[in-house]
Design a protein around this ligand. Structure first.
Ligand SMILES: [Zn+2]
Length: 366
């Protein structure tokens, strides 16, 4: 196999995921020598940089690259055969693909290839070439479809903006600059070096800029779907709570919930975006939903969510209602739910205030 092919396979094996996982399994470098085994070939600096870039681009932008990454990922993590999970992910992907296309039509050039991974931790990952996987543990751990969609939307944000590739190339370039890769050439260690870089780079989730951008994009995509646009903030709230709960050691990895301040910061950034989207009318903080700075409600824990988590769903509905001009209409009660115009705001659970009380209050303060 020529060195180029070997490097390509190493690159593919390394997967370049923008994974949410912290405990990244060690990636085994395939084969023995790479460049080092190429008879007499020694690439350095700029030449190497351009070769790596070429290979990465080829993997990232072609159906062949996509198929190769898909195969590697699905072999490594296994495919969950549950028809329920698959059906749900199919539905979320087709709904979100339209949501993405509304703001970023480039998705049509390379639709995502995805699967439910046979992994029990709450996690998801977007690899190069628009290959995505969502762990079956995610379906189990999250309370509703909207929150799963928020996570998938976050991953698609990474995919649409090529965060994985950018982060990888940056690290490869750093290593070339520092001479690490150059030095590795002679030792035939390039494949493992690249794998190391790719593994390290899965902590791209440490890149706050990329994370914030993916969160924000998740909401931009959700806006163009029937999903609740507060779901991204709600899932962050869930991670905040998971990180301080007793299960935290298991919790997965997703969005680094062990990093409590970070999840809280990201939740607040999402809430701020919802506030802006509502035309600065609706907010949620510490479990209390306000409209025009006056208290609307403090939801109780229900539907397998905390009160605070639910508050972001109420906020999402209010934000959409205000954005769409539904606030010009009266708040009413329909089938047990508080409505603003034709936008549902909240369906009170046991322990919440009565729907009519809430509708009357909303009319006073909206
Ligand atoms: Zn991320």
């Amino acid at each position: 196999m020529c060195w180029k092919k070997k490097l390509l396979s190493a690159v593919t094996a390394a997967m370049f995921c923008v994974s949410l996982t912290v405990n990244v399994p060690t990636v085994q470098a395939s084969g023995s020598g790479l460049i080092g085994s190429v008879a007499g070939t020694l690439l350095k600096g700029a030449a190497m940089r351009s070769e790596v870039r070429k290979i990465v681009k080829e993997v990232n932008n072609t159906p062949q690259g996509q198929a190769a990454i898909y195969q590697k990922l699905s072999e490594k993590y296994g495919v969950d055969e549950s028809p329920e999970n698959k059906e749900l992910l199919d539905k979320i992907m087709s709904t979100l693909t339209k949501g993405v296309a509304a703001v970023d039509p480039t998705i049509n050039n390379m639709p995502y290839k995805y699967f439910v991974a046979a992994q029990d931790d709450l996690n998801a990952a977007c690899a190069m070439a628009h290959v995505m996987m969502v762990n079956r543990g995610t379906f189990k751990a999250l309370p509703n479809e909207d929150e799963i969609a928020a996570i998938v939307g976050h991953e698609m944000g990474h995919g649409q903006k090529n965060h994985g590739v950018k982060s990888l190339e940056k690290q490869v370039n750093n290593q070339i600059t520092s001479g690490l890769l150059g030095a590795a050439l002679g030792g035939g260690m390039l494949s493992s070096k690249i794998a190391d870089i790719a593994v390290t780079h899965t902590s791209a989730h440490k890149d706050k800029k990329f994370e914030s951008e993916a969160d924000s994009l998740s909401m931009d995509y959700l806006v163009n779907t029937p999903y609740n646009i507060g779901a991204t903030a709600a899932v962050m709230q869930r991670f905040v709570e998971m990180s301080i709960g007793k299960e935290s050691s298991k919790l997965t990895a997703f969005f680094r919930p062990s990093d409590h301040p970070d999840s809280a910061r990201r939740r607040d950034a999402c809430a701020k975006k919802l506030f802006e989207y509502s035309g600065k009318h609706a907010q949620a903080k510490d479990g209390v939903v306000t409209v025009n700075k006056k208290t609307f409600m403090k939801p109780v824990a229900a539907e397998n969510m905390s009160g605070a988590e639910r508050s972001y769903f109420v906020l999402g509905n209010l934000a959409r209602a205000y954005h769409d001009g539904q606030n010009k209409n009266e708040a009413t009660v329909k089938n047990g739910s508080v409505m603003l115009g034709n936008q549902i705001i909240v369906t009170p659970a046991d322990g919440d205030e009565d729907a009519q009380v809430l509708a009357d209050r909303l009319n006073e303060i909206k």
